[in-house]
Design a protein around this ligand. Structure first.
Ligand code: SF4
Ligand code: SF4
Length: 293
């Protein structure tokens, strides 16, 4: 649990409208990072002890390519290893994919996605083009496959290999969660019940929004309104080095990364009262929403 990877939520805009998306996408640039804020906040990250890498996500980072490239250049200048996530919708051919990704050689890793939700908008061959280009450039990558109850890993792997994915060991599987767009656009029976009594390994990944708000983990934490334990503070008012001290001192955060949200929920002695509560309880991040909203 020592890792501290800081994520920047560069934009809410995206080329796709996936039904399972955890972000509430925006059409306008109102929720994009500006270069000025990004430069200031990355400099703050570089001064924070223990930071191992910075990650850039959205939305789709290539919708704000100038801002994304600025972020990558700043990270390189300050000696911060970086990762990024893209939906690969731009990778129309292998040549286009290779040309675009060559700018990011040296990244710690690239995240892609391929599953039935993404494939409603993004042909799988674009993900394959990006994966092949990454392999040829020596860029580490993972392909995240989000699964509904009826999906099987074997079938997903078979489909991706048939489409040309070079290495099936690069597929990471995750259940679809009752969060974000999924709450309105996915049938309740599609949400698997996978909420183990386990520490959350995604905590200690400060997530920074364009207005400077810092949350303790993923985008879902930022969607829970008000001041709650997953809200660490704002970079316009405090240094990141001071905000991340809460991982050690806030008893709720300590409980989440030692016992996990499911165990914390049990300690409340409450029962889910509605179908919505039951669906939230099927995943760790949903349980955090139930605990903190
Ligand atoms: S899941 Fe990814 S690709 Fe799909 S709408 Fe959300 S940000 Fe875009
Ligand atoms: S389970 Fe909770 S603490 Fe972990 S990433 Fe999800 S919202 Fe954050």
């Amino acid at each position: 649990m020592d890792h501290l990877t800081v994520s920047f939520f560069l934009t809410r805009r995206c080329t796709s409208r996936c039904r399972h998306c955890g972000a509430w996408y925006a059409k306008s640039a109102d929720y994009d990072f500006t270069q000025a804020n990004l430069g200031r906040f990355i400099a703050d990250v570089a001064k924070t002890p223990g930071i191992q890498a910075v990650g850039f996500s959205g939305g789709e980072v290539f919708v704000v390519k100038d801002v994304f490239d600025f972020a990558v250049d700043e990270a390189r200048r300050l000696g911060l290893p970086f990762t990024f996530v893209t939906n690969a919708s731009w990778a129309k051919t292998g040549a286009i994919a290779r040309e675009r990704l060559s700018r990011y050689v040296g990244t710690l890793g690239m995240g892609l996605s391929a599953d039935s939700f993404h494939q409603e908008f993004i042909p799988v061959d674009r993900v394959v083009n990006a994966a092949k280009a990454a392999e040829s450039l020596g860029i580490p990558y993972l392909v995240r496959a989000t699964m509904r109850t009826s999906d099987s890993r074997a079938e997903i792997e078979k489909g991706l290999v048939a489409a040309g994915l070079p290495d099936p060991k690069r597929i990471a599987y995750a259940p679809v969660m009752y969060l974000g767009q999924a709450r309105e656009k996915i049938d309740p029976s599609d949400f698997p019940d996978e909420n183990p009594y386990a520490a959350c390994l995604s905590l200690r990944t400060p997530f920074i929004f364009p207005n400077g708000d810092v949350y303790a983990c993923c985008g879902e934490a930022g969607e829970i309104e008000g001041k709650h334990p997953l809200f660490l503070g704002n970079l316009n008012e405090a240094r990141l080095a001071d905000l991340v001290k809460k991982y050690e001192t806030d008893p709720t955060l300590v409980a989440i990364y030692s016992e996990g949200p499911r165990a914390l929920w049990d300690k409340t002695g409450r029962r889910p009262e509605t179908m919505r509560d039951e669906l939230l309880l099927r995943s760790p991040c949903g349980t955090c929403r139930l605990l903190f909203e």
